[in-house]
Design a protein around this ligand. Structure first.
Ligand SMILES: [Zn+2]
Length: 286
């Protein structure tokens, strides 16, 4: 499942290779990939035709392409296995190619949505006054957004009466933090994932936010080195940050800080990885 850094790498690639081009033709090869566009594939293709793609935007894990001259955007749902590829037109179709967008210029490349499991797709939505596709209006700003309000987040965290990892994954509170980067940031901050947030102090929240930003920026820095090619990639196999992970996926391996074997616990149908010594469980389990 792509998280914020992976999606941001894709956004940058799209900004470089797709922004400001005019859509000539859209081909929907599998109806499931446009199922969120209620009026169907033909309508989707018709509405894109002739429009300029604006500056690709992102909030949390959500990525969209504004259609200039309209008040609408194409929202990309990457799901588990969705990829947006910019390919030379002569490249043979991928086995799981679902949507192809051709442009009215002589650059010779096209945008392809490829999705093996077809959980993802593209859909067209009206924008809110903020320029957000209306279906994601409830998604909070992400921690790399210049307008993210640290103090408001702190207040909301305390009001929430939740536990910290649950709060970090609550997209109405803070967006873009998924299971992997939550575990990484909590390990760096030495905070157990079940710690209640009601009594968080400002310094604790500030330190945690700092670690979240650091770990995301580190992942971005690594991902950013490989996107110079024409291949704009997002999928579960990208894994370019795997070698840098300190917590996620390291069950039984020594904590890089204290050497204690890392643990994994089932958590909300997923797993939480933590160091039992550095990240003490709260005394009263919630
Ligand atoms: Zn440790």
């Amino acid at each position: 499942m792509p998280e914020l850094p992976e999606v941001e790498v894709v956004r940058r690639g799209l900004a470089r290779w797709v922004a400001h081009r005019t859509v000539a033709e859209t081909e929907v090869l599998h109806p499931r990939a446009v199922r969120r566009h209620v009026a169907g594939g033909e309508d989707f293709a018709h509405r894109l035709k002739g429009h300029h793609i604006g500056e690709p935007s992102r909030r949390g894990k959500y990525l969209w392409l504004p259609l200039e001259e309209t008040n609408q955007s194409v929202l990309a749902h990457l799901g588990m296995s969705g990829q947006l590829l910019v390919q030379p037109q002569e490249t043979p179709d991928e086995k799981h190619l679902r949507i192809r967008i051709r442009f009215a210029d002589s650059l010779g490349t096209e945008l392809r949505f490829v999705d093996q499991r077809t959980f993802g797709g593209l859909s067209l939505h009206d924008n809110t006054p903020d320029g957000l596709p209306d279906v994601i209006a409830h998604i909070a700003r992400d921690p790399l957004d210049a307008l993210f309000d640290d103090d408001a987040f702190h207040q909301a965290l305390r009001r929430k009466r939740s536990t910290v990892k649950r709060a970090l994954l609550d997209q109405s509170l803070i967006s873009g933090v998924g299971n992997i980067y939550a575990d990484e940031a909590l390990w760096r901050a030495r905070i157990h994932y079940e710690r209640p947030t009601a009594h968080f102090t400002r310094p604790v929240t500030a330190e945690l936010l700092g670690h979240i930003r650091d770990v995301m920026n580190a992942a971005l820095a690594v991902g950013g080195t490989s996107f110079d090619s024409l291949y704009v990639n997002v999928n579960g196999e990208s894994g370019y940050f795997d070698r840098s992970l300190d917590a996620y996926g390291r069950e039984g391996e020594p904590c890089r800080r204290c050497g204690t074997p890392m643990r994994r616990r089932p958590w909300m149908n997923r797993s939480s990885y933590f160091c039992p010594k550095c990240q003490r469980a709260p005394r009263v389990a919630s």
